[in-house]
Design a protein around this ligand. Sequence first.
Ligand code: TYM
Length: 330
Amino acid sequence: MKRILSGINPSSTKGLHLGNYFGMIKPAIDFQNEGECFYFIANVHSLNLVFDPNDVKNNTMNIFTEFLAFGIDPQKTVYYVESDIPSITYLQTILNNTVTVAELSRMHGFKDKLTKDADIQSINAGLFSYPVLMAADILAFDADVIPVGEDQSQHVEICREMARTFNNRYGDVLKIPELFIKKQVARVKGIDGERKMSKSLGNDIPIFAEENVIKKQIMSIKTDPARIHPTDPGDPNKNVTFDYLELLEYDKEKLIEMKERYKKGTIGDVEIKQILYEVFLEYFKDMRSKKDELSKNQDYILELRRKGAKRANDVAEKTLQKVKLAVGLS
Ligand code: TYM
């Protein structure tokens, strides 16, 4: 049986968005019927950005609850929090020696930060070695398949490289994982209609936010700029609202008809966005109420976290022992 593994970085107070859901969460939830899944909240990763300990704690529990509300089956899936598994960070230290500074400096997280801030003095080493921690997350569990959105593919590639370097040096110890990216949803666009939807860019639609926040984001979607009046003909390809409606499985016939009306200028952008708002709330209705219900039951959540940690530690400790033996540390 294949082992599937993926994680989410709880680096924002805003919670999970449409891009996270279609890019990674939905495929991950579906994988629960196909293999043995290991899903986790990558809270150690968030430390390179989130410095307030209360935020770290709250974001971790919030994202843990949200991912669960999307349909994690904690009986089948090993569901845990990264910081509860100390073998991961131990493994990271060992894996630091399988990758060069030059390779890490080509990683886009570091490069983007360098271009934006243009100051190497202000970039912490946690961000620089982020891909090594991610490799440790993966390799500690002998994972076969890693479902992620496109933005994480470079990280999974370098993880594969690190595992190969390790195995060349010490023998066949680490499993080389496969990247899994669902093409159609690899890069869900943000409400600016251009860049990838991202919590840090503010172009996201958060799934569990208050209705007024969701509405505000939907009403701010950038549409065809050439269309000034609702009666002007528009290009549906320049309006990401239609893409979202398609993702949310809006009736195909109605969508075709709406696009035709858009081309002719017989439907306004506000009307389309209002439809999206309703479709969005309906699509996520059960998950939103599941989160509300789970949030009221902190004891249950904490118990799940403890149980997940136990199951995950059993696996990761074994890998770490193998690795320590291979490199001469035990
Ligand atoms: P994170 O928390 O940024 O995102 C979680 C997942 O959501 C995907 N995603 C998207 N997919 C499509 N379109 C978008 N607009 C979009 N935005 C986000 C991401 O690709 C990701 O799959 N480093 C990882 C977390 C991590 C991890 C791991 C993942 C830590 N260790 C080990 C896999 C294996 C991250 O920051 O994802």
